[in-house]
Design a protein around this ligand. Structure first.
Ligand SMILES: C[S@@+](CC[C@H](N)C(=O)[O-])C[C@H]1O[C@@H](n2cnc3c(N)ncnc32)[C@H](O)[C@@H]1O
Length: 208
């Protein structure tokens, strides 16, 4: 399986002992967990493209049943070590989202943080997420948007890999929108995501 996507070799990026995106969770994920009721009791969570595992470990530490999926075995191994350090269990899988079966009505929450994919795959994965969530389940996503390209602060440099709010509104049109915004924010999440950035943040909920 190739571990290159969007022109980045993820195994190479994760090769050192340093964590490319840090070991603390993504800011938007932490904010949603702290300020909404999406994870007020132990739930089943899938983190897609979880890299070196920082977000999965954060959610497992909060008591949730967490599965993570990523292309990179090197990243997944670091995530497993991070989980061990925190004394938590994460079901961390190496898989390509192009083939991975998210199954139907299996998850209470699907998390996608900076998991950028080409448009065709992104649409397919979003469609799978709609089916994979249980009624009342949530999809939480932060992704760079096209305005971020060229800023030198990280994220894909091809606008096609970026995510707009309109796209999410279209692909999740049956869902209710708890948070849906295009933001400008200072990001300090490891050396590859650093600086004043343009992202799309959404928390959407599947109808009962
Ligand atoms: C920018 S990194 C973000 C990692 C992690 N979500 C974080 O915020 O620390 C993007 C991750 O998405 C993963 N990824 C990209 N395309 C993928 C695919 N088709 N299947 C599985 N993982 C993928 C990469 O391997 C990489 O680890």
């Amino acid at each position: 399986m190739s571990t290159t996507s969007n022109g980045v070799s993820w195994d190479d990026r994760y090769a050192g002992s340093e964590f490319a995106f840090g070991t603390k969770p993504n800011d938007f994920l932490r904010e949603c967990v702290e300020s909404t009721n999406i994870a007020s009791e132990a739930i089943d969570i899938l983190c897609i493209g979880d890299g070196e595992g920082r977000n999965g470990v954060f959610l497992a530490t909060a008591g949730h049943r967490v599965t993570t999926v990523d292309l990179s075995l090197v990243g997944v191994r670091k995530g497993r070590d991070l989980a061990k350090q925190h004394g938590v269990t994460v079901n961390s899988l190496v898989a390509d989202l192009d083939n991975y079966d998210l199954e139907n009505t299996k998850w209470d929450l699907v998390v996608s943080i900076f998991c950028h994919m080409p448009p065709t795959l992104r649409t397919k994965v979003h469609r799978n997420i709609v089916s994979a969530l249980r009624p009342g389940g949530s999809f939480l996503r932060e992704a760079y948007r096209p305005a971020n390209v060229g800023r030198g602060v990280g994220g894909p440099q091809n606008p096609e890999l970026c995510v707009t709010l309109v796209e999410i509104e279209t692909q999740f049109s049956d869902f209710s929108f708890v948070i849906a915004r295009e933001v400008e924010r200072y990001i300090a999440e490891g050396k590859f995501h650093s600086g004043f950035s343009a992202t799309t943040q959404v928390l959407v909920r599947k109808p009962h």
